[in-house]
Design a protein around this ligand. Sequence first.
Ligand SMILES: NC(=O)c1ccc[n+]([C@@H]2O[C@H](COP(=O)([O-])OP(=O)(O)OC[C@H]3O[C@@H](n4cnc5c(N)ncnc54)[C@H](OP(=O)(O)O)[C@@H]3O)[C@@H](O)[C@H]2O)c1
Length: 320
Amino acid sequence: MNDKPRVLLVGAGAVGQVFGTYLRAAGCELSFLVKEKYAEEARRGYTLYALEKRQRAPEPLFLSGFDILVSAPEAARRRFDQVWLCVSSTALRAGDWVEQLARHTGEATWVMLQPALDDRDFLLRFIPPERLVSGMIPFLSFHAPLRPEDTFPPSGTAFWFPPLARGLFSGPPERLGAVLRTLRAGGYPASATGDATRAAAIPTAVLTVTVAGLEAAGWRFERFLQPDSLERVHRAAREAVRIVARHTGARASFVPPLLRPALFKALLPLASRVVPIDLETYLRVHFTKVGDQGRAILRTYIALGRSAGLPVRYLQEFQS
Ligand SMILES: NC(=O)c1ccc[n+]([C@@H]2O[C@H](COP(=O)([O-])OP(=O)(O)OC[C@H]3O[C@@H](n4cnc5c(N)ncnc54)[C@H](OP(=O)(O)O)[C@@H]3O)[C@@H](O)[C@H]2O)c1
């Protein structure tokens, strides 16, 4: 790889723009692969805000001067060291663009960030394991304003890292090392772990079920925190954690006893105070946007649970 890694980011949404900002800070030559409908917006460049405190707008960060591709075969006209997949799990499977892009990106390292348990296996159909690095996303990001009437954050893409958050990555040592060096050079908090998919599997399971419960409660914390709602959520979360632990080998015996209604009741108000935006609104907007991905993840848990003979009764209640 040369001194200035050449990076192609697929998807210039909330996550792609944040990684683009850090990779640019690391000195990377950036290209984005975007859908045709977003090309003009991409050509104007992006404005981002790294949030710290409520109602205190930070200095804007500008991201521009990158190459824009609107189809996978166009990648053949450039050489890339890294390809970052900044789209949802369901977008990975929409059409044959992954297969096409794999054909046109030579020996590039691919970095996947998707949360579904079967995403890595899907990508391994096109990318050899020696070139695939897996990561998880520790920050929140969104297109501001979340509601038309909001004046904070200013219009652009806002992002926030929880205190002490680190992005975990795993993969073949040489490729992983190059990805971590690049990210750290740009100031991104990145660490290696044995298996990023496994490390994220149980938090993802609890989050997915919590979000399904919140959606069933009309995206209102007040309704979500009612005893019957919490009862369904904590039981479904226990089912999901057992299934995921069985499937990934993640150590989880200590988790189900913790998953009690009281935990959700305590954590939600705490999280609402720590996050520097209206958490209820963010969760509604973000998880409506990636709703097809959440439903697909739930379906996978139920299918895996059934085939392993594990209970799925409460998970099924959240299937719409
Ligand atoms: N944002 C967060 O806070 C956050 C946090 C943790 C994890 N994640 C995960 O990160 C992933 C991306 O989330 P996001 O918030 O960045 O979503 P997003 O804002 O919707 O960005 C994804 C972008 O990629 C585009 N896209 C989809 N397929 C594409 C393709 N084949 N080629 C080029 N562009 C394509 C989408 O277009 P359309 O608009 O047409 O769909 C959209 O513009 C999801 O799996 C999400 O769960 C996000």
